[in-house]
Structures are given as structure tokens and as C-alpha cells.
Design a protein around this ligand. Structure first.
Ligand code: DQA
Length: 146
């Protein structure tokens, strides 16, 4: 089984950006945590982080041709704006879980809308990096019909 983990804009600055909201661990720490968690369960991982919307669309499209089994996506700010990412997920029909490190529902009004949510099997918010491992488990359960 192979999962693609996509992180959107400014998540490369984890550890630097607003540590009170996003914590003090870095993007590299996140990659190590999620890849180890998945490897221990026999799941291969690939990671993409970009600050550019089109790169994220390209990564979703590539996942189709690479026969990726599941996608974990933190679209970051594009969550609240991107029809292009919604359409990309709808196009490839790969089971996807949306993750947010912070509890978006308790933050600003403009963070209350997720354009991607309708294309996702689950949305996980407010669990920090653990949200990504919860997403991996949700995908494993979904793919094994549990
Ligand atoms: C975020 C929440 C978004 O509103 C924000 O724009 C981000 C990160 C999160 O992980 O909590 O960049 O997706």
C-alpha cells in the first residue's frame, strides 16, 4: 500500500511559524513521524510540500498515474479558497483524508469553510501531528473495508 502526504503553503515553516498554534516541531520532524508510523504498518509513503497551488494539483494528478492508494492532505490556506484542489481530488477518486494541525473550527470565520472536504472521506482537526497518523489509520481501515 502506498500513501501520498501533501502539505500546502507555509507548512515548510513548521517550528518557526506561530508555534503557539502549530507547535515547535519542524516539517522534517513531521515527515519522519508519519513515514515511521506508516512503515511500521507496511505502508509506503511519499511526501510533497509546496507553496504553489498548481504544484499541489500536479501532485494529486500524478498520484493517479503512480497508482497511489490513499492521500493525506493538509491544504493549509488553500483549504479555504481552492476549487482547483477540490476538482483535482474529485478527478482522481483516490480515498483522501483532510488534516489540519490546529482546531480550525475554533479559529477565524474565514477558516470555517473547507472547499476540499466534500471530496474527502474524513476531516481531522486539532490533533497536531497525531492527526496525520489518525488519517493514515482511517485510510488503512477504509482500504481494507473495515
Ligand atoms: C492549517 C489551518 C489553515 O487554516 C492554515 O491556513 C494553515 C494550516 C492547519 O494545519 O491547522 O496553514 O491547515
Amino acid at each position: 500500500m502506498k500513501f501520498l502526504i501533501i502539505n500546502g503553503p507555509n507548512l515548510n515553516l513548521l517550528g518557526i511559524r506561530e508555534p503557539k498554534i502549530y507547535g515547535s516541531n519542524t516539517y522534517q520532524d513531521l515527515v519522519e513521524y508519519v513515514s515511521d508510523f506508516c512503515a511500521q504498518r507496511g505502508v509506503e509513503t511519499e511526501f510533497v510540500q509546496s507553496n504553489h497551488e498548481g504544484d499541489l494539483v500536479d501532485a494529486i494528478q500524478k498520484a493517479y498515474f503512480d497508482k497511489v492508494d490513499g492521500i493525506i492532505i493538509n491544504p493549509a490556506a488553500y483549504t479555504h479558497t481552492s476549487v482547483a484542489l477540490l476538482d483535482a481530488l474529485k478527478s482522481v477518486q483516490i480515498p483522501t483524508v483532510e488534516v489540519h494541525i490546529s482546531k480550525v473550527e475554533e479559529r477565524e470565520e474565514f477558516r470555517q469553510v473547507s472547499y476540499l472536504r466534500p471530496a474527502c472521506i474524513r476531516t481531522i482537526t486539532g490533533h497536531g501531528f497525531a492527526g496525520y497518523s489518525m488519517a493514515a489509520v482511517a485510510l488503512m481501515d477504509h482500504l481494507s473495508g473495515r
